[in-house]
Design a protein around this ligand. Structure first.
Ligand code: NOJ
Length: 442
């Protein structure tokens, strides 16, 4: 390792992808339909893009893992596709789907790469959505059953488990705003989904630990929230947004309950509350996954339902924005860590389970010349340094190993260290990939 960043020798360096964003093979080996396959059919994706082939990771995983090694990384994170191993969301394991994760895991181990699996990165079996998806309490039990299958399949070889990826995003965008699968909107979808996902997350952690999993965590997205002015109304508005997006998905697990006092609309969650839920929502993960992409600036807005606050878009603030419209703001991660470490009030280790940026790369003069991404990582790593000790940060996963299907944005937002030509599926290392390889002293 070069002196530049002087991270500890045992710091975990990895790269990540997720199943739906990269695998393709949507009809291979008896895979079931996911809510994202259905969402695509409604033409809800930018430019009508589809993930049916995506990066074809399903067939090309061995050479992609060689790219991980080439980068000098020895940890790799991906997710298991629920409909691939349990097509309808209940019943026995689908052997052909299970074989894929068997082969993938063996390949990682053979290449000397430590596997990290996310159980749920947003691709719910469509059959479960027919019964309400996450708004239905039964999905919690289906999820626990699925976690059993995952552990039964890979638990003999895999130590690192992440139960869920970014609950805020798949619940907020999928069950409140309707811009992600399954495209549901409104508080009557959001509140039950929030509660059931929190139950599934906590129970999933406990379940995997009881089964004997060694290192179990869960990954959240957070944003650094700033008030637009020093006025009391704006500070309070920013605090409400902070509670809604940063705390409602972690506070129940930490034992703080839902932030109903300052967010009265959340009181209606009582409708979905059953006896003992207070206990069922608690869990002590072995680590927390933290994912921070930006900051938000918040202003008081009396007319906004529920929250009386609005987020001022980065574009209208004339900031540099990423290809998914977020402000490029280097200190966001370190600001979030300052808050989170104090808030969780424990020394449970933290892993930065995703870290990345995407700008429109088609404008670049030289293909693959993503100097902006190197600059981003240099700055973020610099702000991370003091946290390695103070916040017990143990590792970081670059997001993403390669360009992939960016959900509602289709292939419009390239996050990869490797460029993927989606016509030929050829991978090419970008400048940032060379930089990562060089940083790790290859
Ligand atoms: C977080 C999500 O986990 C991932 O799927 C997505 O590609 C990145 N954010 C970038 O938006």
């Amino acid at each position: 390792m070069k002196d530049l960043y002087s991270f500890p020798h045992d710091f975990t360096w990895g790269a990540g992808i997720s199943a739906y964003q990269t695998e393709g093979g949507v009809n291979a080996g008896g895979r079931g339909v996911s809510i994202w396959d259905e969402f695509e059919k409604k033409k809800s994706i930018r430019n009508k893009h589809s993930a049916s082939v995506a990066c074809d990771f399903y067939n090309r995983y061995a050479s992609d893992l060689r790219s991980v090694k080439w980068l000098g990384l020895s940890h790799f994170k991906t997710s298991i596709s629920w409909p691939r191993i349990q097509p309808s969301g209940k019943g026995n394991i689908n052997k052909a789907g299970a074989d894929f994760y068997d082969r993938l895991t063996d390949e990682m181990l053979e290449q000397g790469i430590e596997p990290w699996y996310v159980a749920y990165h947003w691709d719910l079996p469509a059959e479960l959505q027919k019964k309400g998806g996450w708004t239905n309490r039964d999905t919690v039990f289906r999820f626990l059953d699925y976690c059993d299958l995952c552990f039964g399949l890979l638990g003999d070889r895999v130590n690192n488990w992440i139960v869920m990826n970014e609950p805020l995003v798949f619940v907020g965008a999928g069950y409140f705003m309707g811009i992600h699968a399954p495209g549901r909107r409104g508080m009557n979808n959001f509140l039950p989904a929030l509660h059931h996902v929190n139950l599934a997350n906590a129970q999933g952690i406990k379940n995997l630990k009881n089964l004997g999993a060694k290192h179990v965590g869960t990954a959240h997205s957070f944003a650094s929230i700033h008030p637009s002015t020093k006025l009391d109304v704006d500070i309070k508005a920013a605090n409400r947004v902070h509670l809604a997006i940063n705390q409602s998905f972690i506070d129940p697990m930490l034992g703080y309950g839902y932030p109903t006092e300052k967010l009265p609309f959340m009181k209606k969650i009582e409708r979905y509350w059953e006896q003992n839920d207070g206990q069922l929502l608690l869990a002590s993960p072995d680590f927390w996954g933290v994912q921070v992409y930006t900051r938000e600036i918040v202003k008081y807005a009396w007319w906004m339902p529920y929250i009386q606050a609005r987020i001022i878009s980065a574009k209208s603030r004339k900031k540099i924005v990423s290809s998914i419209g977020q402000e490029v703001y280097y200190p966001a991660l370190s600001e979030v860590l300052d808050w989170f470490i104090q808030h969780k009030a424990s020394d449970t280790p933290v892993y930065i389970t995703e870290c990345g940026i995407s700008m429109q790369e088609s404008f670049l003069e030289q293909p693959f010349d993503d100097t902006y991404r190197i600059e981003y990582y240099q700055n973020v790593l610099e702000t991370l340094k003091p946290h390695i000790q103070n916040s017990n940060v143990k590792g970081l996963f670059y997001w993403s190993l390669m360009d992939n299907f960016e959900w509602a944005e289709g292939y419009f937002a390239p996050f990869g260290l490797f460029h993927v030509d989606f016509k030929t599926l050829k991978r090419t290392p970008k400048k940032s990939a060379e930089w990562v390889r060089n940083l790790l002293g290859q």
